[in-house]
Design a protein around this ligand. Structure first.
Ligand SMILES: Cc1cc2nc3c(=O)[nH]c(=O)nc-3n(C[C@H](O)[C@H](O)[C@H](O)COP(=O)(O)OP(=O)(O)OC[C@H]3O[C@@H](n4cnc5c(N)ncnc54)[C@H](O)[C@@H]3O)c2cc1C
Length: 409
């Protein structure tokens, strides 16, 4: 087989996928398609009706759907195909798709996976109790409220205090649903502290150091019980529970394919230009760093699209891979591999997320040499960027190794 159906197939029409499509189209790549399994394009912002997008890209806050419309205007020539799920990825740029008309196998010169992230639902958190209706994630809540114009319950509890948890609070309020409590397993909220003022304004108590110990109700949720490690318990009457945050990359396609992944984070390997272990496949956006803001994903998509346009013209960089690993206290770091340019030193930005609050030095070592050391204040669920980490290695001996650590733990 030699003929290609497309120059580039992009999987996912969220901000990252649209960014990549825009850059490719502007670079003159004509034969691009963006597939999305949903009936509408736009990824998460299409159902997030808060003015929490666009500050970096448009210098003003926009609601999700308006943000997507503004992004789409930047790539008028790109073909989007909805209701199309990519079900498998193979070597040599081959993918399988499922559409309402059936299954198809297609081939592209390059594939960009921009499949986003999802919140950890109840089963992933090992929450005990019965399984009545009314338990969902923020994403599902927003699809009910803003997409289907439904009010799935009347009194709801939000589990988690990440930024998205306050987005859930906002969504409940917009839908006329009473938020009765927020539950946080740690002694402080995960989002920026001022977010507590919003909860206070709405008279929503935040229960710290707490977890759900029971969910009651057979067909409908009646109440939940929460407990602390010190043995205190409390019952909260509610008919809805929203599990918010604890994002994981939606990497089912990559994980079932020939692509390799980090053995510690199970995130697919991507280099400084978002190219995976297969030089014909890039992975971008929240699929590889769950979960950053829409603007960050769009900007990254643009940069990845520019790289792919160059690869289509000049061919991929030859050369091997150097692993980037991380130590205790770091939840994930991207890129997690480096492809050094032959004969040149390489300067990269590394973004990382910590597992627990940390203030102290972050050190990056190449073999035993410290190539970066800076003090940072880090909170979980917030992206920390290590800028211009410069490496004077010009070969990619697989024995080379880059390691990131939190020096003070
Ligand atoms: C509930 C929720 C609220 C959020 N609120 C905000 C906010 O207010 N502001 C903000 O900046 N960020 C917010 N975020 C973060 C959000 O993830 C980013 O803003 C941004 O949408 C990430 O862009 P992305 O392109 O990486 O992924 P996404 O926007 O998630 O897009 C991924 C797309 O890939 C598609 N897809 C996945 N798998 C397949 C497949 N196999 N075949 C075909 N299509 C597929 C999905 O249908 C989806 O459309 C929120 C996240 C969530 C979950």
């Amino acid at each position: 087989m030699t003929a290609y159906d497309y120059d580039v197939v992009i999987v996912g029409s969220g901000p990252a996928g649209i960014g990549a499509a825009t850059a490719l189209s502007r670079a003159g790549v004509k034969n691009i398609v963006v597939f999305d399994r949903e009936t509408e394009i736009g990824g998460i912002p299409r159902h997030t009706h808060h003015a929490s997008f666009g500050l970096l890209v448009f210098k003003r806050p926009l609601k999700g759907p308006k943000y997507i419309r503004a992004l789409i205007k930047r790539c008028p020539d790109v073909q989007f195909q909805t209701s199309t799920t990519v079900t498998a990825l193979h070597k040599d740029g081959i993918i399988e798709i499922a559409t309402p008309d059936g299954m198809e196998t297609i081939r592209a010169r390059h594939i960009i996976l921009a499949t986003g992230a999802r919140e950890t639902p109840r089963h992933g958190r090992l929450t005990s109790g019965l399984r009545p209706q009314g338990v969902m994630t923020t994403g599902a809540l927003q699809q009910f409220v803003y997409g289907a114009k439904l009010r799935p319950f009347k009194r709801a509890v939000i589990v988690g205090t990440e930024l998205v948890s306050f987005s859930a609070l906002w969504t409940l309020r917009s839908a006329g649903i009473k938020p009765v409590a927020m539950i946080e397993e740690n002694p402080r909220i995960t989002a920026y502290r001022p977010a507590t003022l919003f909860a206070r304004l709405l008279r929503v108590p935040i229960h710290y150091n707490s977890q759900i110990t029971d969910i009651s109700g057979i067909s409908e949720l009646r109440e939940i019980r929460i407990g602390t490690h010190s043995g205190q318990h409390r019952t909260i009457a509610c008919d809805g529970v929203i599990f918010s945050g604890k994002f994981v990359g939606d990497n089912n396609i990559a994980r079932a394919s020939h692509l390799t992944e980090s053995s510690t984070t199970q995130i697919p390997k991507v280099d400084q230009n978002w190219i995976s272990s297969d030089p014909k496949v890039s992975i971008i956006g929240n699929a590889v760093h769950p979960a950053d803001m829409g603007d960050q994903c769009y900007i990254e998509g643009v940069s990845a699209g520019q790289t792919v346009a160059k690869i289509l013209q000049d061919g991929p960089d030859a050369g091997g891979i150097i692993e980037i690993t991380h130590g205790k206290g770091i939840k994930m770091a991207t890129p997690n591999i480096l492809r050094p340019r032959q004969g040149e030193s390489t300067s990269i930005d590394i973004s990382l997320h910590v597992a627990a609050p940390y203030t102290g030095t972050i050190v990056v070592k190449f073999e035993d040499e410290v190539i970066y050391a800076k003090s940072k204040r880090c909170m979980p669920a917030r992206r920390i960027t290590l800028k211009n980490v410069t490496l004077n290695v010009t070969d990619s001996d697989p024995a080379h190794h880059i390691h990131i650590s939190l020096a003070d733990i």
